[in-house]
Design a protein around this ligand. Structure first.
Ligand SMILES: [Cu+2]
Length: 324
């Protein structure tokens, strides 16, 4: 039992945790170094203060029978030390912070962004301008290359933070921010929107899928294609419903005529592993549940409830799941 509990704790604290101490990029490595510096320096100062505030009252406590000790006023040497040491620490950390900031956020020099990420209530849009690809929620990036992310917001302030990959950056309506990231190794990196942005803020998770350049190129090429046309009758009925039931006024599916921009692009929805910014696994059961009552699954989400019969729900589910 105890061992199991420790295992769970270990998992939560060290494995699945989103932590800057598990850095996977040179930018995060720099931030980790600075954070460690702060932790060590402030721990040393605290230790000194705690030790002195216990030692001095014990050592110099009043003893019975002794007179009041000689009173003194001021000690220039001691005061210079007490002001000088903290000042040196603050100045040191100021310049260390500056150097980390300039390493993490170097000048952009007219470089075009590799990916434009836009925060929406409560999902992420990812545009890859060079490849003319639009995707949503699961953000694919190549490893081993310094990438420039452009960060925007569509409605309210959101904040991009994937701790293992480095910097944290606000996404502000009407403002364009940038962030550099170089990912060391392939894998899934998780983060979350870090600025309170409304009812479903807590379920605005980030999932970065870091891939080897060849795999990334393959993903990009597949995503540049139009959504697969349905072949079986069930999925065909789903497609017709999708257009007629006004899903297309909020969602885009490349090649189907659906060009809505209020909700996530669904052109390759079936190839995502999660749904609704990490709320649940992407499988037909969960999709069916979502379509039968969005407000029950993710209260407050900006998708209305449609009154569908079972056949319609099955058809829509078949159509959307086949969009690999
Ligand atoms: Cu947000």
């Amino acid at each position: 039992m105890e061992i199991k509990l420790m295992g769970v704790l270990y998992n939560v604290l060290l494995h699945n945790a989103q932590t800057i101490f598990d850095s996977a990029s040179p930018q995060a490595e720099k931030i980790k170094g600075l954070t460690n510096g702060f932790i060590w320096a402030s721990s040393a100062v605290m230790l000194l203060v705690v030790v002195l505030s216990v030692y001095i009252p014990v050592k110099f406590r009043a003893k019975t029978g002794t007179a009041e000790p000689k009173q003194t006023g001021g000690n220039r040497k001691l005061e210079m030390l007490m002001i000088g040491i903290p000042m040196l620490l603050v100045i040191g950390f100021f310049f260390w912070s500056l150097s980390v900031m300039s390493a993490v956020l170097p000048a952009r020099d007219n470089r075009k962004p590799d990916v434009i990420i836009t925060g929406h209530q409560w999902w992420w849009q990812a545009d890859y301008p060079a490849a003319k690809v639009t995707a949503a929620n699961e953000i694919h990036l190549p490893v081993g290359r310094q990438l420039l992310l452009q960060l925007n917001a569509a409605d309210v302030i959101h904040d991009w933070w994937v701790p293992a990959l480095g910097g944290k950056m606000d996404m502000i309506p009407g403002v364009t921010n940038y962030l550099w990231v170089t990912i060391n190794k392939p894998g899934i990196y998780e983060g979350a929107c870090s600025e309170f942005c409304g009812q479903q803020h807590a379920w605005m998770r980030i999932r970065v899928v870091a891939q080897q350049p060849v795999d990334y190129k393959r993903w990009l090429a597949a995503n540049a294609l139009a959504g697969k046309a349905p072949t079986d009758s069930m999925a065909k009925a789903g497609q017709a419903l999708f257009v007629n039931a006004s899903c297309s006024s909020c969602h885009s599916i490349n090649g189907s005529g659906a060009k809505g921009l209020q909700g996530p692009d669904l052109t390759h929805f079936g190839s995502r592993t999660t749904m609704l910014t990490g709320l649940m696994a992407n499988n037909p059961e969960n999709l069916y549940r979502w379509l039968s009552d969005p407000q029950k699954v993710k209260p407050g989400a900006n998708m209305p409830r449609f009154i569908f019969g079972r056949d319609s729900l099955r058809a829509l589910t078949a159509y959307l799941s086949h969009l690999k």
